[in-house]
Write a protein of this length. Structure first.
Length: 293
């Protein structure tokens, strides 16, 4: 990973006055549809750095990475209930309008993929194609309960060596294929340096989105959202060891849709880091195909 930034920092204000941050890579004047990357529930733009660099290596493409409210460089929500899919989709549409983005390829990890599916029902005109990273219309309770168990547990850590060790202990069973560098990158996207040590790179109040989750309650029917998105080309990425997104769901999503493909990431769970060469090449190839579709 290159140390010097190759992106521009952009900021925009939501309609309720929350300042959001985006990373802007590549050629802002490219005639090709830009790629809009949307991180997971507690994640931020750092998760897409390697992919964005790869997709803009010849500077012929623009990649925008939006950090939702409460994540990374974006301001925290004014109240916990604003950490919701409807609010965040509204923020996304508003930011695209500010940037005059009329059509784009969307790459969504986990919650970012859910935002993409909901966007397809509200503004299908914005979507050229999509990449969904380890998410679909069926979300496994085991995965949600595991995420609920650690989200928002804010403890200051002294340095990144401790943070990396802690992360590898808690997530190691789901990511046995990661290298030491992968774990370091993973940790640096999870914690930020500040006074007194490392703190989480997100608002702990985001945990409110899962506080009332009941695995025994009927799950919402998300298949209509997928069907809205599936009218356009889609690459479905699944981590081999994912406990949130099953192979059965991925196969059902792609069934009968020649324009939807599945890419499996070996040795990774929820959600794949999108920095291994086969996965980045699969995404780049899919996007090139969507350019001429």
């Amino acid at each position: 990973m290159t140390a010097s930034p190759v992106w521009r920092d952009l900021y925009g204000m939501t309609q309720d006055g929350v300042r959001l941050h985006l990373r802007d890579y590549g050629d802002a004047k490219s005639p090709l549809p830009p790629i809009v990357c949307l991180p997971g529930l507690t994640r931020n733009a750092a998760d897409f750095d390697d992919l964005a660099r790869a997709l803009t290596h010849d500077n012929s493409r623009r990649v925008l990475v939006l950090e939702s409210r409460g994540r990374g460089g974006s301001e925290w929500a004014k109240k916990p209930e604003d950490y919701s899919i409807p609010v965040e989709v509204g923020d996304l549409i508003h930011m695209l309008d500010i940037l005059a983005i009329k059509r784009a390829v969307f790459v969504g990890t986990s919650r970012g993929g859910l935002l993409t599916m909901v966007l397809a029902t509200l503004r299908p005109d914005l979507i050229v194609a999509s990449v969904l990273n380890d998410i679909g219309p069926v979300i496994e309770p085991a995965g949600l309960l595991r995420i609920k168990s650690y989200v928002g547990k804010s403890v200051l850590l002294p340095d990144f060596s401790v943070a990396t060790a802690a992360l590898s202990r808690s997530h190691g069973p789901f990511f046995p294929a990661l290298s030491a560098e992968d774990w370091n990158v993973f940790a640096r996207g999870t914690w930020s340096e500040g006074q007194g040590g490392l703190s989480l790179s997100y608002d702990p109040a985001i945990s409110s989105t899962l506080k009332d989750y009941d695995p025994e309650a009927p799950a919402p029917d998300l298949w209509p959202f997928w069907q809205a998105l599936a009218t356009k080309p889609c690459l479905i990425i699944r981590g081999e060891l994912s406990d949130l997104f099953t192979e059965q769901t991925a196969q059902k999503m792609a069934q009968g849709k020649s324009h939807c493909a599945i890419h499996l990431v070996p040795g990774q769970g929820h959600a794949p880091l999108l920095r291994d060469q086969p996965t980045m090449q699969a995404i780049a190839g899919f996007i090139e195909t969507s350019d001429v579709a």
